[in-house]
Design a protein around this ligand. Structure first.
Ligand code: PRP
Ligand code: URA
Length: 216
């Protein structure tokens, strides 16, 4: 069986609403941040289907013994926000994954060459192979930043089949790169936009996500 990158665009009205709010250039920074938190929450909810480790147990209700499924706390979980903009999705993701460790990765894209470089790496030395890994970055444009992040994660034992990417807007060049390099990946995004402009911005996109989230 040949693996192929799976890209999910959940048709949920809350996701569509908060994407519309985030895209609007008149949305103030404080509301933009709320929109990112909500998108982080609902896209993580979608991404966690058939991915969160569950254990089958028996619980005693007040009336009888009953089979139950609980999140298995022995399987490690990691959330990796790609700074800066990925931080804006973190609060929403963390509300759903309170047991996950958070590992920060700082990536900056050179405005002229569009190449990404890593300026902060708080990843552990190694991931256990069963670790569920959630990578957060609202923008997948050329894909350079996510490809660099994945190289760091996979070099430390991260299994692409256990990695979920949550983004807000994804562009075809990024999805093509990810598909070629990591066909076992699953990507969750609020929208796939058409194209990039000459400066490497996604069109229509939502502008510079980091600048809009942090007002800098
Ligand atoms: C933005 C964005 C992504 C990256 C996407 O980060 O948050 O990480 O660009 O572009 P790419 O797919 O072409 O690599 P940026 O480097 O602007 O840093 P910031 O998050 O600190 O604003
Ligand atoms: N980074 C952003 O913040 N926005 C884009 O459209 C592309 C890269």
């Amino acid at each position: 069986m040949t693996l192929q990158l799976r890209v999910y665009v959940p048709e949920h009205p809350l996701i569509q609403h908060w994407l519309g709010v985030a895209r609007d250039q008149d949305t103030p920074a404080v509301l933009f941040k709320s929109a990112m938190t909500e998108l982080g929450r609902w896209l993580t909810y979608e991404a966690s289907r058939q991915w969160l480790p569950v254990e089958e147990v028996t619980v005693q209700t007040p009336l009888a013994l009953c089979p139950a499924k609980l999140i298995n706390p022995t399987v490690p979980m990691a959330v990796i926000p790609i700074l800066r903009a990925g931080l804006a999705l973190l609060d929403g993701a963390q509300t759903l994954l309170p047991l996950a460790n958070t590992y920060h990765l700082g990536m900056a894209r050179n405005e002229d060459t569009l190449e990404a470089s890593c300026y902060l790496n708080k990843l552990p030395e190694a991931f256990a192979p069963e670790t569920r890994i959630l990578l957060l970055d609202p923008m997948l444009a050329t894909g350079g930043s996510m490809m660099s992040a994945l190289a760091e994660v996979v070099a430390r034992g991260g299994d692409p089949a256990q990695i979920r990417i949550v983004s807000v807007v994804a562009a075809p060049p990024a999805l093509q790169k990810l598909s070629q390099a990591y066909p076992a990946l699953n990507v969750y995004t609020a929208m796939i936009d058409e194209t990039l402009n000459e400066q490497g911005y996604i069109v229509p996109g939502l502008g510079d996500a980091g600048d809009r989230a942090f007002g800098t």
